[in-house]
Ligand binder design. Structure first.
Ligand code: SUG
Length: 439
């Protein structure tokens, strides 16, 4: 098994619309002018740097926005130009909702179960329904199609559509799921972190901001992905940190193999959760605890320390892929330096990335990637045109420079020529990635 990353390519409509209540950055930077070109190039640079470090790195293409189907579903009619104009005039927020580039955060695209952990020995994907936010609820169908184009070999992969049945099954994908792996036995543990129990009125919930992942959804995803029951563990996120702006678990903890970097406030009962994790990992878990004295929850949310990626370019040597914001905040930088100097954990280096365009919407390095652990045979069965190498990287940068705007205002989104350009861009990218209608 080798862990690969599939990064979402930022879309031409990348903008700041303040659509994610409970996501502090999304509200803080609402209505700022965005740069789709910079955003896409920043994301690609991260992906290419990881590929150069020896990490297998794929990409998932953007979706066409504005989403005319969604606007028509909201009752706007006529030609595409008329639909855009009506939406802009009647309720510009609806145009924003249907124009978000939020599919770029592929940690929310799906939850993945590698073939070693499933009952049928196939690698399963369940697309996330993202139903707690309107602008994200329009993503699943396209995500399903993209995953089918990338993981198209039926002998190895099963892509499932998203959960239905409403709010009780609200699912945000891999952002609330971590697959640990024991270094001694190679056995996996699927750690699902949920924000609320939809069907238990007595259960504790956040009071201020919505909990976007339900226990019921996490359990359904585990079943749908056919994961062996004994490999699953469900724990509740701390409602108080959701109320402090931690809208996904990957904003307050990150795991890789037998390592978990976590804030002491991350879970409803952090000590009991860690004890059980340790026991299920047969004593092999290396927990790196960040205390409130080290880093406040506010600093964690501002810098996205826990939205770093942990990668392993050489066996046993782990590297933290962190946002530049972490370098700029003294307490966070001091903690990272202390962690790197500590020989009791395998994280030996930190690399910092400028992801400002994504960060201003509350998306850090880990939000931008979907992790897929694959065997060599499965790697060979993935659509080969999706893997980043020098050629694909150069093609993608050229493509971004050709189609993306340096600056985007919300007003630009009502321009029918913007939509035409976006459609042309995505079509051209599908050509580069070898996407076909039928796989
Ligand atoms: O769903 N932001 C995204 C950020 C997702 C981050 N993903 C992970 N933590 N894995 C969200 O809140 C903001 C869009 C706007 O306001 O225009 C947004 O959707």
């Amino acid at each position: 098994m080798r862990e690969t990353n599939f990064d979402g390519i930022v879309g031409p409509s990348h903008n700041y619309s303040g659509l994610s209540y409970g996501n502090v950055a999304s509200l803080q930077f609402a209505k700022d002018i965005s740069s789709p070109k910079q955003a896409a190039l920043q994301g690609l640079k991260k992906a290419k740097t990881l590929a150069d470090m020896g990490i297998l790195q794929g990409v998932i293409p953007p979706q066409v926005r504005p989403d005319l189907l969604a606007l028509r579903n909201l009752g706007f009619s006529g030609t595409d130009a008329e639909v855009l104009q009506q939406a802009y005039q009647e309720d510009p927020t609806l145009l924003s909702i249907c124009s978000s580039s939020s599919f770029m955060w592929t940690a929310n695209a799906a939850t993945v179960a590698p073939s070693s952990d499933t009952k049928d020995g196939k690698c399963h994907f369940t697309v996330a329904n993202l139903r707690s936010k309107a602008h994200r609820a329009i993503e699943p169908q396209n995500t399903y199609q993209s995953l089918q184009q990338i993981f198209c070999h039926e002998d190895f992969f099963r892509v499932h559509s998203c959960l239905e049945l409403g709010d009780a099954f609200s699912d945000e994908g891999a952002a609330n799921h971590t697959r640990f792996e024991s270094t001694k036995t190679n056995q996996a543990l699927h750690f699902f972190v949920y924000g609320r129990e939809a069907m238990n009125r007595q259960a504790i919930q956040p009071e201020r901001f919505p909990a976007r992942q339900t226990l019921e959804a996490s359990k359904a995803v585990a079943r749908r992905n056919n994961i062996k029951e004994e490999l699953c563990f469900f724990a509740q996120q701390n409602p108080a940190v959701i109320d402090a702006g931690v809208f996904h678990n990957d904003v307050i903890s990150v795991g890789y193999k037998n390592v978990l970097l976590y804030h002491e406030t991350a879970f409803l009962n952090t000590k009991a959760t860690l004890d059980e994790l340790q026991q299920r990992m047969q004593g092999d878990l290396i927990g790196i605890r960040v205390s409130l004295d080290d880093v406040s929850v506010e600093a964690a949310v501002q810098t996205y320390l826990f939205n770093s990626q942990i990668v392993e370019p050489e066996p046993g040597k782990m590297v933290l892929i962190a946002p530049e914001h972490c370098q700029q905040e003294a307490s966070v930088k001091a903690f990272i330096d202390k962690m790197i100097a500590d020989p009791n954990n395998p994280i030996e280096e930190a690399h910092y990335f400028d992801l400002l365009q994504s960060m201003k919407n509350g998306g850090g390095p880990a939000c931008l990637r979907l992790r897929v652990a694959l065997t060599d045979e499965e790697i060979a069965a993935v659509n080969p045109k999706c893997w980043i190498n020098d050629n694909l990287y150069n093609d993608l940068c050229r493509w971004v420079n050709e189609y993306y705007r340096d600056e985007l205002n919300l007003e630009d989104l009502r321009d029918p020529s913007f939509l035409l350009q976006a459609k042309e861009a995505i079509q051209s990218l599908h050509g580069i990635l070898g996407f076909t209608r039928t796989c």
